[in-house]
Design a protein around this ligand. Sequence first.
Ligand code: SAM
Length: 360
Amino acid sequence: MAELFGLIDRLAVGERLSHGELVSLIDERTPETAAYLAEKAVSVRKAIYGNTVYIRGLIEVSNICKNDCLYCGIRAGNPHCDRYRLTEEDILSACAEGYELGFRTFVLQGGEDGHFTDGRLTSLLRAIKAAHPDCAVTLSLGERSRESYEKLFAAGADRYLLRHETATKSHYERLHPVNLSFDNRMNCLKALREIGYQVGCGFMVGSPYQTTADIARDLAFIADFKPDMCGIGPFIPHKDTVFADFTAGTVELTCYLLSIIRLIHPPVLLPATTALGTIHPEGRELGILSGANVVMPNLSPPSVRKKYMLYNDKVSDGAESAQSKDELVRRMTAIGYEVVTARGDVKSCNSTNSHKGGSI
Ligand code: SAM
């Protein structure tokens, strides 16, 4: 165990660990190493972001999806999913409400719904930017062509979240149908970076068939790619998917990995995700106390929130709801953090200055 403290010290001074060292750091963890790791991660996070927590208003624009990802509740093959799609008017009024509540980033997330053509999205982006020029817009709409990403960027999109899901090709193939390819996912991330977006990758913790070696490869990928954002949350089964009977990932391992990611890439914007808030009533707080610095409350119209059911019992009320921002503020204040009204862009420091050279 003494050796693990040494590995954590090396991570904290910016050294890169080998694959075997990352595997040991995960497999041999104890409550003591987790506490030490979290302490280092929080101190690195505070040096860059202080005690501020950035908030993003998450607007779930559609649960219609052409893909059949094996883990996902809104997969095309789920006949029990009650489908919906927001109109441009719905989305603009959610942004207006979010602005009043103090949100300065809107995240438009959804399934791969063919209705959202480049034409419709560029007109929507221009309208959001005209109404709220001081806000950032993040898109999370899955895989599109490079030309499409270019048009959306030119129309005002600032950031793009596209979880890589797993950095191990054979594992990717066990989580997805044959028409979805690991190489295309990676190429999309590369294109987004080249176009100039702030780019987010990420993965599920405890996804079916995931091994510690897979997680170590995810961490190595993050060290190479140096994403501006990284979304990790526990896998949670959904009753209408082939993975219905698989076990969920844990809060404990998710928090441990949040701390490692903070040390591997200090400036990363790291959310304490909804999935973390779903499997534990204080998941958001535990994530922040492990080194996360972002939360993304739900700003979708209340009538559709229960329909964007990616996994069983996904939470969308209480501190998960944008309208309950006061509760979120109270909860963050109680653990010594401050929710701020800001776009919350990634801060550059020495390690981000080199990110343009990051490889995939
Ligand atoms: N369609 C877009 C995409 O593929 O990036 C965005 C929407 S997708 C539903 C957003 C994320 O939800 C996925 O990247 C995945 O990691 C996560 N997700 C889906 N099903 C999940 C599950 N059962 N448990 C935890 N996270 C899940």
